[in-house]
Design a protein around this ligand. Structure first.
Ligand code: HEM
Length: 178
């Protein structure tokens, strides 16, 4: 098992431990907002450095950016998603109607559904395409990006953008609580 995967699993476990229902509402709110910042920040910065690498046009630079994106996904985005999700559920239980609290409030229910969708899309497309780019780069020769990697990149931008848009919609629901 690689070091990144070990750190990833460790951080997932830490995220679960930090979300247990012992610490009180303020703790959960602080961690929830921190996790939301890291989750969205991880997405935005990955999109930025991938775009910069893409613009450069060199296959080796795109592979480097894809590798960094893969690591940021495992070490930042995924643990932050777990932290945001669990602390969100703790707050719903604490303040918004008990353990079924997310059913009581439409904004929490929609937020939860959209977030689960965002996490699934991130894992099924964004992260999968990132790994594909890393693998393609490992066997590719030096020089410009090949057409296959170009098409993977296009799909990567699309799904990353969609996950980001969903996150912004959730952020709006969280703040406005309609
Ligand atoms: C991208 C995902 C998410 C983002 C960016 C986000 C963001 C935020 C922010 C900024 C707040 C503070 C709002 C305020 O204090 O007025 C908040 C509060 C909250 N969020 Fe989320 N959130 C996300 C996902 C979720 C999910 C999935 C749930 C449900 C499981 C959830 C449940 C809650 C609850 C219950 C509060 C507490 C509101 C309160 O009582 O003040 N959030 N969220």
């Amino acid at each position: 098992m690689s070091r990144t995967i070990k750190v990833h699993l460790l951080l997932l476990a830490v995220a679960v431990l930090l979300s247990l229902p012992f610490y009180g509402f303020r703790w959960h709110l602080t961690l929830h907002i921190l996790a939301a910042i890291v989750f969205m920040g991880g997405l935005v910065s990955s999109m930025l450095w991938m775009a910069l690498a893409h613009r450069n046009g060199e296959a080796s630079i795109v592979t480097f950016a894809a590798n960094a994106t893969r690591k940021a996904g495992l070490i930042l985005v995924a643990p932050a998603a777990v932290l945001a999700l669990l602390n969100g559920l703790m707050m719903a239980a604490d303040r918004w109607g008990g353990w079924g609290g997310f059913h009581e409030q439409r904004w929490i229910e929609f937020g939860l559904a959209l977030f689960v969708l965002a996490i699934v899309l991130w894992g099924a497309f964004v992260h999968r395409y990132t790994v594909k780019l890393v693998r393609a780069g490992a066997t590719a020769e030096d020089g410009p990006i090949c057409p296959e990697a170009q098409s993977v990149l296009k799909r990567w931008y699309f799904w990353s953008g969609l996950v980001l848009v969903l996150s912004v919609v959730i952020l709006y629901l969280m703040v406005v609580k309609p």
